[in-house]
Design a protein around this ligand. Structure first.
Ligand code: G3H
Length: 527
């Protein structure tokens, strides 16, 4: 199908991105390159994906150079960056965010082309990231102020602050290649850690416009950006044992295999956001229109490619028919389109995803489910129309697997213990949505659900935001907590100076503070 691209969003020639950032220098890669294809079909040949350009396929030697650079900048905690005054690190971050803002249109355009995210959501991803950085700066000042107090207990005086952990390997996901990666990278570096960052499999070119901003804003070695495959970049880095924090949002299989490569596992801290299979539980007194709207967004924003998406729907038997009828109608009325057309449904960026979604549907059909909506499962190259499957049972793959795409399994229940049992047996424990209106039913249900997941959304779909709230999960869904505040904690450790409370020590501390001889022992207050 011929499609028109608004000139504002067109990419006139392929982007051959060749540079990387190691040790404060932008280097040029002259080795093997990886082709980057857009999820959007080409205008010339409607059956081919659009060729967007190339990115470096860097090798182990360069991965280890990036590691050395981060390791030297941290210098076992004695480097310039980890010992720097907090306000100087903040100044670097402020410089970065102001430079980053000037790249908004370039990055938004590439988000649409590389991962097929619609215009509104691409803009939201960029703006939310800028807000996240600004909020992180404010929160860091608050944490620093809280640490500017001496405590005295049992004859010991202490000044307790938070200090960095070391070298961070930062790997983000393709569905939020900017936001989720930066929600790891930014708190990590502002706390005084140094980092090696490798963009996700899709959403790589959009990092390129920011390389110069990183170089100009931070001292050499603080942020190192390399491109290539996880196997060639991340694995050799982990094997050295020099990584102190593995910060990864993605699949638990990658997290597990990288963790295992580290020779000193207790040295390695983990900050992980992994799979989820968030259920919606619809009680018989739920407001049907509200529930359907929330379930549409919950299951299908960005085609269901969100870790927080609703990935299975449990409906009370009493309202099942009404729900299926109205929900199918609403799903069938959704439009498929290109990102700049701002439709909810857009092409899928992973070339194998349509085949996988098809296999989930077929497996469910073979085991007794039906596709309930008329357009469900219709596929055109990389567009897949969402399929509502009912009745789904535990033998089907879609019941257990995180589909991360446009297929919606529905299960009916007549006893609330059924969805609770599902959640208790699940390997995941991120969030749940509960729809209902009777507080006598909802109250005890909430009391159980809060202990099975980490966020219960009442009459609302699951989501990560607002970013000041904790984002985490139980079981195989997460390790550590992310929020503007919690991320700063996750990338740091409490460390303190203690002294016996006597006149001599008091005098030394007073002089340290008055003469500003230490960046750690100080009581100044950043506004
Ligand atoms: O992929 C997981 C994201 O953290 C989801 O964030 O709920 O804001 O879309 P979101």
């Amino acid at each position: 199908m011929k499609h028109t691209i608004p000139s504002k969003y067109s990419i006139n020639k392929p982007i051959n991105h060749k540079t990387f950032l190691i040790n404060g220098e932008i280097g040029e890669w002259n080795g093997e390159m990886v082709d980057v294809y857009s999820t959007i079909l080409s205008q010339n040949d409607a059956d081919e994906y659009t060729f967007l350009g190339t990115t470096p396929k860097m090798d182990e030697a360069h991965a280890l150079m990036a590691l050395d650079s981060a390791d030297n900048a941290f210098k076992n905690g004695t480097g310039k960056w980890p010992t720097m005054k907090v306000y100087e690190r903040i100044k670097c971050m402020e410089k970065f965010v102001s430079k980053m803002k000037s790249k908004r249109s370039e990055v938004v355009k590439l988000l649409m082309w590389e991962i097929g995210k619609n215009l509104n959501d691409s803009e939201k991803e960029f703006d939310r990231t800028v807000d996240y950085i600004n909020e992180t700066i404010d929160e860091y000042k608050r944490i620093d102020r809280d640490g500017a107090i001496f405590k005295n207990n049992n004859g010991v005086r202490a000044l307790i602050r938070r200090g960095p952990l070391g070298v961070v390997l930062c790997l983000g996901p393709y569905n939020y290649p900017l936001n989720e990666t930066f929600a790891l990278l930014i708190p990590a570096i502002i706390m005084g850690n140094t980092a090696i960052f490798k963009p996700a499999k899709h959403g790589v070119l959009l990092i390129a416009p920011l390389l110069e901003a990183f170089k100009q804003s931070f001292p050499a070695g603080v942020v190192n950006i390399v491109f290539g495959r996880g196997r060639e970049i991340a694995s050799p880095i982990m094997k050295t044992g020099k990584i102190n924090v593995l910060a990864l949002i993605g699949h638990s299989s990658s997290a597990n295999s990288l963790q295992q490569l580290h020779p000193q596992q207790n040295r390695l801290r983990l900050v992980l956001g992994l799979e989820a299979k968030n259920p919606a539980i619809i009680l018989d007194d739920a407001d049907m229109d509200l529930t359907i709207n929330e379930c549409i967004n919950g299951t299908l924003s960005f085609n269901g490619q969100r870790c927080t998406a609703i990935k299975i729907i449990y409906v009370s038997d009493n309202i099942l028919d009404e729900f299926l009828e109205k929900f199918s109608k609403k799903v069938d009325s959704l439009k498929l389109g290109l990102p700049w057309e701002n439709t909810l449904l857009t092409p899928l960026p992973e070339p194998n995803k349509p085949r996988y979604i098809k296999s989930l549907i077929q497996d469910a059909i073979d085991k007794g489910a039906k596709v309930i909506n008329k357009r469900g499962g219709k596929t055109k190259k990389n567009f897949v129309f969402p399929a509502i499957l009912y009745p789904v049972n535990s033998d089907m793959d879609v019941y257990n697997e995180e589909q991360f795409g446009p297929v919606i399994p529905v299960v009916s229940f007549n006893n609330i213990e059924e969805p609770i049992k599902y959640m208790a047996e699940s390997n995941y424990g991120q969030q749940v949505s509960v729809f209902g209106n009777n507080e006598s039913k909802i109250g005890p249900l909430i009391d159980s659900l809060v202990n099975l997941v980490c966020r219960v959304n009442l009459n609302s779909s699951c989501q990560r935001g607002p970013d000041v709230f904790p984002f985490t999960g139980r079981k195989d869904s997460a390790v550590a907590t992310l929020s503007v505040h919690d991320a700063l904690r996750s990338f740091s450790i409490r460390t303190f100076v203690a002294s016996k409370d006597n006149d001599e020590n008091k005098e030394i501390l007073r002089k340290l503070i008055d003469n500003k001889k230490s960046n750690f022992v100080r009581t100044d207050y950043y506004l």
